[in-house]
Write a protein that binds this ligand. Structure first.
Ligand SMILES: NC(=O)c1ccc[n+]([C@@H]2O[C@H](COP(=O)([O-])OP(=O)(O)OC[C@H]3O[C@@H](n4cnc5c(N)ncnc54)[C@H](O)[C@@H]3O)[C@@H](O)[C@H]2O)c1
Length: 378
């Protein structure tokens, strides 16, 4: 079977699904590898490096036509270029755009979603959402530091003492924890809050202060470790209680997400107005509608002297390492799906008894097969 890696065409998408170092991992079990011209160039991986590792260089049309398996970042490929039986693996936004999945099903492709990777130990090395969140948390801090008219560290100099920047991180999941660590490394004074009380210790172990809000988050966490949605009165009380911390912060970085739902609005216009001019908000939930009312994806909004930045695809702003991590995740996933002898066979094995397969498989045999996506469509 031939694995094809197309160039990403989505605006602002500088990542590539497989880096040159991944080619050998695919060839070893018996797969052929083809790469579209310049697929890795924006991430820092030239064609020559893929070729040197045994990948064949193809035009887009030839690659899409000749590949049995397509490994991609954004799975939204034009339907006309796909054929029945082809396997496509990538980010497909199945919970955000289930209709697009339904439209793809009749092509007969077997589509797997990287977003729906179950959070079990066995699948940790395939968990691209965590990889990308790690990058986003780091980059979010750098965007804030670069925009803030102040320095992050405390300095005692002959010209006086510089006080450290105060950074408040809302949401301490994978991205939030990386943001805490990155802001701490730059010397900021960091505070953080999350609805899941379980993260308090993790926040503290990174040297940040956990902001205690006297909020009773009923059932804050689901069995997958994700936050559960709260009702609007909870979010209203949360906003009221966070106001004081927000007003005292130079930087607020928001990362709060609920899987399959719009991001909760945790920062209102009034809250931003309570911040000092020059302060910065980085909204890492911009792609899911944003945690801040003022966020406009990929635009710089200046309100009352406060800058609000909402990168819709922050991982793509660090394309080299984002691609390296994604490549490792998607190849591990593919080799898992293929099983012991699958790479040398002529048909792609789909074992729905396997939890990882079942949880990530969206379309197969012309139909949407994923239970949760089917529910959303009904
Ligand atoms: N293989 C595994 O076991 C595995 C893999 C990845 C992540 N995890 C765990 O899952 C958890 C969440 O992961 P994630 O970062 O991908 O989640 P996520 O991206 O869905 O959400 C980001 C964070 O926002 C928080 N949040 C939601 N609503 C909020 C609100 N109103 N106020 C403040 N914070 C709010 C969530 O609790 C979460 O911590 C983490 O604890 C992580 O360690 C486990």
């Amino acid at each position: 079977m031939r694995v094809g890696i197309p160039r990403e065409l989505t605006l602002g998408e500088a990542r590539v699904a497989v880096i040159p170092a991944g080619v050998a991992a695919l060839i070893k079990p018996g797969l052929q590898v083809a790469i579209e011209h310049d697929a890795g160039i924006a991430a820092g991986f030239p064609d020559s490096e893929y070729q040197a590792r045994g990948a064949e260089l193809l035009s887009r049309a030839d690659l899409l036509q000749a590949s049995d398996i397509i490994l991609t970042i954004q799975a939204a490929l034009p339907q006309a270029s796909l054929r029945a039986g082809q396997v496509v693996i990538g980010f497909a936004d199945p919970l955000g755009s289930p209709k697009a999945i339904q439209d793809l099903a009749p092509t007969g492709i077997t589509l797997f979603s990287m977003e729906l990777m179950p959070r079990i130990t066995r699948a940790q090395s395939m968990d691209a959402l965590s990889s990308m969140a790690t990058i986003a948390g780091y980059k979010g801090v750098l965007l804030a530091a670069d925009t803030l008219p102040r320095m992050f560290p405390m300095l005692m100099t002959a010209a006086g003492t510089i006080s450290p920047a105060r950074v408040f991180i809302v949401g301490a999941g994978v991205a939030g924890l990386q943001a805490i660590a990155s802001a701490r490394r730059l010397g900021a004074k960091v505070e953080a809050y999350d609805v899941r009380p379980a993260v308090k210790e993790q926040v503290q172990s990174l040297g940040a202060k956990f902001v205690e809000l006297p909020l009773d988050a009923a059932d804050a966490e689901d069995k997958g470790g994700y936050a559960k949605a709260q009702d609007e009165s909870f979010y209203r009380r949360q906003r009221e209680m966070m106001l004081k911390v927000v007003a005292a912060s130079d930087v607020v970085i928001t990362t709060a997400l609920i899987p399959g739902k719009r991001a909760p609005v945790l920062l209102t216009t009034e809250m931003v107005e309570a911040m000092q001019p020059g302060s910065v908000v980085v909204d890492l939930a911009a792609e899911r509608g944003g945690n801040c009312e003022l966020t406009r994806p990929d635009e710089l909004v200046v309100h009352n002297g406060v800058t609000v930045i909402g990168p819709s695809n922050p991982a793509a702003l660090v394309p080299y390492h984002a691609s390296q991590m994604y490549s490792k995740n998607i190849i591990t996933f593919l080799l898992h799906l293929l099983g012991k002898d699958g790479a040398t066979g002529s048909t792609f094995p789909v074992n729905q008894e396997d939890e990882i397969t079942r949880e990530t498989l969206l379309t197969h045999g012309g139909a949407v097969v994923h239970a949760r996506v089917r529910e959303l469509l009904e």
